[in-house]
Unconditional design. Structure first.
Length: 334
């Protein structure tokens, strides 16, 4: 019952967080100079079309922009939560869901793949580095992690593209080969995507691995110096059993708790990598919406989808942390 109560509280707080985020995102969309109709008209004027004030007024009524702010926000929230409808793009005048399509899920998959790669490398290597503190292997691992933090992802992307083009005569840009770019999903298209997806996953995972490696090493090093480890050694617990049962297990709690933060950081690096690799994903779409077209409705929808993914991931990691960390469980069941 205590655990069920914990899950219910976390679920309610997650939904409240999403509601607050939706209000912030919608407010930011509203704070952009000019409403959607005015920005659309300005865009049309740049295309050589002449639009009158009567056209602007009619469009504002059609878009519901004459309604109060709270009513419009409530309608947007209801559409998002109840129907998965993020409204229409301000400039393209098409449903945001249609424009984004599967691009967001591809972007999220790339980010999660990069995080998985980072953790698979950083956890065992970081524990090893903390275990052999001060040795030559520790120095090499620390140098590699510093290099990962210092070398920007976009520069690594350019280096990989240049090497592939010069030495192997291979084009690594994009997520699909030409025959599969507009094709419907199938097993062959999925395999083709995997043959290209490793490039952005490795590039995005580069700095994520370095960051996670430093974090794991610091956490395990701190746990190794605590008295409960010394007490376990005095009872005859040594080697891998000591390392994985006590310091490593306790040190991974904060890492699990920071998965949402790591996902946000990786997604923030995705747009510039998408530009270099010519990826038509949500990162590139977000970059265009913010920096080029000023389509705040489209940008707001992508940002909300990302934050909703982070909130959902944090909800899952809270439950996972309660399962694997006895300190959290004892705090729950008091």
């Amino acid at each position: 019952m205590a655990f069920a109560r914990f899950i219910a509280v976390r679920l309610v707080s997650s939904l409240a967080t999403l509601l607050l985020i939706s209000f912030i995102v919608f407010s930011l969309m509203e704070l952009v100079p000019g409403n959607c109709a005015e920005r659309y008209i300005a865009y049309k004027n740049t295309q050589g079309q002449t639009i009158t004030q009567a056209d602007i007024t009619a469009m504002e009524v059609t878009m519901g922009l004459d309604r109060p702010f709270v009513e419009r926000w409530g309608g947007w929230v209801w559409g998002v939560f109840a129907e998965g409808d993020f409204g229409a793009s301000c400039l393209i005048r098409a449903d945001v869901t249609t424009i984004v399509g599967d691009k967001f899920w591809l972007s999220l998959s790339l980010c999660l793949g990069a995080l998985l790669l980072a953790y698979l490398i950083a956890v065992p290597v970081g524990i090893l580095s903390a275990r052999v503190r001060g040795g030559w292997s520790d120095s090499i691992l620390r140098l590699a992690s510093y290099l990962g933090l210092a070398l920007p992802n976009f520069l690594l992307a350019l280096m990989i593209l240049l090497a592939a083009t010069v030495f192997w005569k291979v084009d690594l840009t994009g997520l699909f080969s030409a025959p599969y770019r507009e094709a419907p999903w199938s097993w062959d298209r999925f395999v083709d995507m995997l043959s290209h997806a490793w490039v952005p996953i490795v590039i995005l995972g580069w700095s994520a691995t370095a960051f996670a490696l430093q974090t794991v090493r610091a956490l395990v090093s701190d746990e190794l110096d605590k008295l409960y480890v010394t007490a376990a050694m005095a009872r005859g617990v040594t080697g891998r059993r000591l390392l994985w049962r006590y310091p490593a297990r306790h040190a991974l709690g904060p890492l699990v708790n920071s998965v949402g933060f790591d996902l946000n950081r990786v997604f923030n690096e995705l747009p510039i990598v998408a530009v270099v690799l010519i990826l038509t994903d949500a990162g590139k779409l977000l970059f265009d919406a913010l920096a080029r077209s000023n389509d705040q409705e489209l940008a707001g929808a992508i940002i909300f989808m990302l934050t909703a993914s982070i909130v959902g991931l944090n909800f899952l990691t809270d439950i996972l942390l309660a399962v694997i960390d006895p300190r959290v469980r004892k705090g729950l069941f008091k």
